[in-house]
Write a protein that binds this ligand. Structure first.
Ligand code: HH2
Length: 273
């Protein structure tokens, strides 16, 4: 398997397909597996390098679903996409990851950075797939109640460095791993923007960085609505371009076409058309 930085050169777009009733932005939209599979195919046509399929919302306040329910949501979608669409599985459960890689998923996107299920690291190592390790302070149910850091960037970097070492010790080669600051996962608006502003500190860990700012509430809040639970497309695109310009390789987004267009232009500015 080629190194993750070659498989996903910057900027690569990861399209989001949540097969959930309650995701903060696309909840309920893709519950029918045919609708979800069609959305995934469209995202690839629009230029996504991979589509991230998820069966459990991790929005602030959510409390998780059972293994059986998560499998019931994602497996019919993965069956429809197998061999046709590049897939990432957004899960913290070894049982879901195992089923997904058997159906061709090439990346496991774990918002707990291999802390949630003791068997997940082994599944990733044995399957020889890519993995994304994300930072989160606390757990989704409570993470937005007064998140606190002395230095958010230093603490996120130290966490990701430790999880990277853990993953390698579990038999996952470093060249299959990317890191993610976890925008919105136990962070204030200021924390989220500082993490993008100082992305160089995370890049110094030597692994590609994935950023998922798309539609998140910090975008709506910085635009003046203190109660926003989402942000507009325009603000999502700006955040993705800013992250790319600071070194992010993979941008996780809900609106693929607009992000691919903006990032293509940003790349043309950076390195030529
Ligand atoms: N954000 C969400 C879910 N998974 N994975 C990574 N690696 N990075 C992220 O920033 C990230 C993620 C939350 O977004 P979404 O999937 O749209 O919402 P929900 O968790 O409510 O399903």
């Amino acid at each position: 398997m080629i190194p993750i930085e070659e498989r996903f050169p910057a900027p690569s777009v990861m399209g989001v397909v949540n097969v959930t009733p309650d995701s903060f932005f696309d909840g309920g939209v893709h519950l029918d597996p045919d609708v979800a599979a069609a959305a995934a195919r469209r995202m690839v046509e629009e230029g996504a390098a991979i589509v991230d399929v998820g069966g459990e919302s991790t929005r602030p306040g959510s409390s998780g679903v059972t293994l059986d329910e998560e499998l019931r949501r994602v497996v019919p979608v993965l069956e429809r996409l197998a061999g046709e669409v590049p897939v990432s599985i957004d899960t913290s459960k070894a049982g879901v990851a195992r089923a997904a890689v058997a159906l061709g998923a090439e990346l496991v996107n774990d918002v707990t950075a291999l802390r949630g299920d003791p068997e997940l690291a082994g599944v990733v190592a044995d399957a020889g797939v890519y993995v994304c390790l994300m930072h989160m302070q606390g757990e989704p149910r409570t993470m937005q109640r007064e998140p606190r850091y002395d230095d958010v960037v230093a603490e996120v970097a130290a966490f990701l460095e430790e999880r990277l070492a853990f993953a390698v010790a579990q038999g996952i080669p470093e060249e299959r791993i990317c890191l993610d600051p976890g925008i919105g996962f136990g962070k204030t608006v200021a924390h989220n923007f500082e993490l993008v502003r100082r992305l160089d500190v995370l890049l110094a860990l030597g692994r590609p960085v994935l950023v998922g700012f798309s539609r998140k509430s910090s975008l709506g809040r910085v635009l003046g609505d203190p109660d926003a639970t989402t942000g507009p497309l325009s603000a999502s695109v700006a955040a993705a371009v800013a992250a790319y310009e600071r070194g992010a390789s993979i941008l996780r987004v809900h609106d693929v076409r607009e992000h691919v267009e903006a990032l293509t232009v940003a790349r043309a500015v950076a390195v030529g058309p």
